[in-house]
Ligand binder design. Sequence first.
Ligand SMILES: *Cc1c(COP(=O)(O)O)cnc(C)c1O
Length: 429
Amino acid sequence: MTSEDLDFDRQHIWHPYTSMSAPLPVYPVSGAAGCELQLNDGQRLIDGMSSWWAAIHGYGHPQLTAALCEQAQRMPHVMFGGVTHAPAIALCRKLVAMTPPALSRVFLADSGSVAVEVAMKMALQYWQARGENRRRFLTLRGGYHGDTFGAMSVSCPDNSMHGLWRGYIPEHLFAPAPTCRFEDTWDAAQIAPFTQLVEKHRHAIAAVILEPIVQGAGGMRFYHPQWLKEIRTLCYREGILLIADEIATGFGRTGELFACGHAGITPDILCLGKALTGGTMTLSATLTTGEIAKTISDGEAGCFMHGPTFMGNPLACAAANASLDILEQGAWRHQVRAIECQLRNALLPLQDHPRVQDVRVLGAIGVVETRTPVNMASIQRAFVTAGVWIRPFGRLIYLMPPYIITSDQLARLTSAIAEVLTRDDCFQS
Ligand SMILES: *Cc1c(COP(=O)(O)O)cnc(C)c1O
């Protein structure tokens, strides 16, 4: 890669959440293997991000690569309208088998945000078919559900800048973010504002949508499983649907296969994505119950009104099948437990550092929340110099490494975090 290539990148290519006039630096990557990214200059970085929750088995896993190559030669893609194929059938079988028994109908789409759009549309069509005019969604502040308009409308108004879109995105209902932490003793008073919103708008709410246990991109917070249990009970009582967005938490990241497992609840609609293909291809799935599928299908439209071009993409399904096969072997459970244990030992002592507001760990997720925001360009450079790939946002420095990370590699990540805390240039004052 030449410096002209990088100039072209800077002038012509959008990168996520950075200015095109004064972009943050980007690091050219030429390859990725195991738990490492390789930069163009040959430097290798230990990966602390799993490429945004996705690469749970690390990079270049031989089973994933073999599945992709085999499927690429056979049939990378074919439309899903009017045809079906073995990779999609195998995948949906596995998804139905590994999720709670009630979730038996699967819609495949091409990204997490679309899975959320599909879930919201399912809820709306369900109520329409039942002849009830329910068009509002209730969610929690501090959440994140994606960047498309429907998903954005239920993401935290502060983070997703609802002010920018006023009059253009529907205004939904936001309950205060849970403050009772995962390990706290349960405080029943917490749920009151949520219950009040439900009672006030009970006939207008189509569904509650939330991220179970872990609020991810909206702030990396872990809340008490009892929250989820209470919401589940309330939704059953009021006849409101519950959508669980497990796009970030699914497939073992929190220590349970799905975060809903911490509370032992079954949602009416479940969104999966990110780690579904082990970080190789973009794919998502929205699962629901037979009753909801039947109600929608017996309604005015006679079908569910959605059908993306790359629905059920065979290449992505083949990768997902290989990734789920690896998960089924079960090593993830002790891998995630070992990561959790080491993250606790290494990160919790940072709690006393003057620059640190809070430290929290759940499953293979470790978060150091600082008192002031990071200086992105400097902290990124400091991490790369230290040989690690960690990408903070705002006041959050966090790790969610591939499950296959070794103890030595993880120690390099946590000591890099301890090291940057000593550097003034890595933080805004
Ligand atoms: C990342 C994420 C999404 C959006 O997924 P994309 O594939 O980026 O569209 C939705 N919900 C949650 C909880 C996520 O973490």
